[in-house]
Ligand binder design. Sequence first.
Ligand SMILES: [Zn+2]
Length: 373
Amino acid sequence: MYDAATYRRSQEYTRARSRLGLLSALVDLAVLLGFWLGGGFGWLDDLVRGWGLGPVWTGLVFLVILAVARAILSLPFSIWHTFVIEQRFDFNRTSPRTFILDLFKGLGVSIVVGVPLVIGFLALFEYGGAVAWIYAWAAAVAFSFVMQILAPTLIMPLFNKFTPLEEGELKHAIVEYAQQVGFPLRGVFVIDASRRSTKGNAFFTGIGKSKKIALFDTLTQRHGTGELVAVLAHEVGHYKMRHILIGTVASALQTGLFLGLFALLVRQAGLFEAFGVALPSYYAGVVLVALLLRPLQLVLTVGSAALSRRHERQADSFAAATTGRSDLLADGLKRLSKDNLSNLTPHPFYVFLNYSHPPVLQRVRALDAGVSA
Ligand SMILES: [Zn+2]
């Protein structure tokens, strides 16, 4: 699928994105170190405490100021990514208007969802005693379930229009496949992703008996029915092989681990001393413990990426087995990576650290091997 020119372009694209990623990470680290070593955490804490708002509201203001500062810091990189890099490689379809609207919508969602969450979290720890972290854990798990319902019904429609897939060959083929494998399909939608980017993708949303499949319009424009059904079969594979459930349980365990460690570490005076914060508090503890646990976070991310790659391979085999055609998914993946200029030859160590999916070449080879076996 990649001719010499496309291959070269995919390498240039990888290089451009890697450079921006490195620069953004460097600036992030430099600002963090400067703020930390310059006594920023202590200064901000003193400032906000001076307003006399009480522990929960003081905490909210402290965290909001840091979050806003971080968002402002990352904004130039986000603009550069969309309007320079994606533009240069002809992926960008986002107008400045859409970009700004997205920013405000994202801000609105953060306020509506995030503020009550932060207040609840701080109040739990402030008044919940030694077992507060267990309540917080239960609340976090409940919250993630609520979000799985709210995200597709209330939040995603703020950003994209979901149109039911029109009756026809594709709809017929998808419904037939879903019946064949016993997938409780509630609806097939096409979303107007082409308003932002030419890149293609598909996903499905909802929990329990109300699954919805969403196909990017960019995908339906370029792939034939066979390839699209194969891509959907892969998504159905995730559901049938309980990958969603396993992922939810794994992330709930991870949340519990972090909350337990938070409850333990937030009592250590040394933590606050190390970051130049005079008076211990739960709200400052949230930020400092998160910084302290970054190495642990990295280890866990590597573990969950490995689990995810395993699930991707299983979903590929499921799609090949249930459609009886491994070549269709392979063709779909090839076309998708060519159209997205995916890096064909990522370094294995980079894959180990970051990739949630196996590199496409490995996936195609595994599918080919499945045919000959
Ligand atoms: Zn997948």
